[in-house]
Design a protein around this ligand. Structure first.
Ligand code: AR6
Ligand code: MG
Length: 293
């Protein structure tokens, strides 16, 4: 179990660092080696894990402050458009509870920024009732992403991580029962069709998307995990789809690492991962907390 926890968080960092050189790519090329730095996906995943460990559960206010402080320490991590503006508003006195993303986007942000960081919630709530997991995801998302489609994308990603930690054989069936919003439901239907054939990458991108929106990236990341038969293959595949490659890689890595465990991560990646020791330590502390619950 501890290997699955470590695999998931290291998986985020590996997918993120593998995808960096492919971010925004329209071609369907492959990369096989990770870059020396991870980006906001991993930085925010670390923030969420730190807050869960320190508060022994989800504390929105603590989490909002942790996100803000971690951003201020490393603003160069390649954050999306919204979150830095939200952290500036908070620093200047705006209340984090106000769903500040609604000031930036009508109805709030449906970017994938709350799904990309959510793996620690899936780990922490992996054997809790699904409603508890859903609620914790909602709280973690709304600080920067309050649009229902961002919340749903993050919930789907967290649940996928939880299912993977459990080694759930009825993975896709359970995901189907869990999903709420129509756009995600139709993507899961498409995913099932694609899994029956050997689709070209163009077709996968056309059907599932590879964009920055939660609904155009979370299903793609989960599909990449289901379509491939090892951690390494899944990550190389996810990132080869281009578009928001680092985030699709990170979200695929969270699930694939939880499924195949830490040992499945190639050592040429693990050995080059920035802050590997710290990330592993956080995963270990998260595991200790959960196993004592
Ligand atoms: N209406 C129209 N466009 C929207 C809306 C909306 N309601 N919400 C989001 N977008 P943001 P993130 C579009 O700014 O989700 C980093 O590179 C809009 O184009 O909330 O944290 C990470 O690695 C907006 O700019 O940021 C991830 O790849 C975009 O979605 C990514 O950024 C992102 O939403 C995460 O970004
Ligand atoms: Mg990205």
């Amino acid at each position: 179990m501890i290997s699955r926890f470590k695999g998931s968080l290291l998986g985020v960092a590996a997918g993120d660092a593998l995808g960096v050189p492919r971010e925004g790519a329209v071609s369907l090329g492959e990369v096989r080696d990770i870059s020396s730095r991870y980006t906001d996906d991993t930085a925010m995943t670390i923030g969420l894990a730190e807050s869960l460990v320190e508060c022994r559960g989800l504390d929105e206010e603590h989490l909002a402050m942790r996100f803000m402080c971690n951003y201020e320490r490393e603003p160069w991590r390649g954050y999306g458009g919204g979150p830095p503006r939200i952290f500036h508003l908070m620093r200047n006195g705006a209340a984090w509870e106000e769903e500040l993303d609604k000031r930036l986007y009508p109805g709030g942000s449906f970017g994938n920024g709350s799904a990309m960081r959510v793996a620690p919630v899936g780990l922490f709530y992996y054997c809790a009732p699904v409603e508890e997991l859903r609620e914790a995801v909602r709280l973690s998302s709304c600080i920067t992403h309050s649009h229902p489609l961002a919340v749903e994308g993050a919930a789907l990603e967290a649940y996928a991580v939880a299912l993977a930690v459990n080694g759930e054989e009825k993975f896709l069936e359970k995901l189907e029962k869990f999903v709420g919003e129509d756009i995600f439901r139709s993507k899961i239907d498409k995913m099932k069709e694609l899994l029956k054939s050997r689709p070209g990458k163009q077709e996968v991108v056309r059907e599932l998307g590879h964009g920055i929106e939660a609904f155009n990236s979370v299903p793609t990341a989960i599909f990449s995990f289901l379509y491939c038969s090892s951690f390494e293959e899944a990550l190389i595949y996810a990132v080869s789809l281009g578009g928001d490659a680092d985030t699709i890689g990170a979200m695929c890595g969270a699930v694939a690492g939880a499924w195949w465990g830490e040992e499945s991560i190639p050592s040429r990646w693990k050995d080059n991962l920035e802050n590997r020791g710290y990330i592993e330590d956080l995963a270990g502390r998260l595991y200790q907390l959960v196993s004592r619950k």
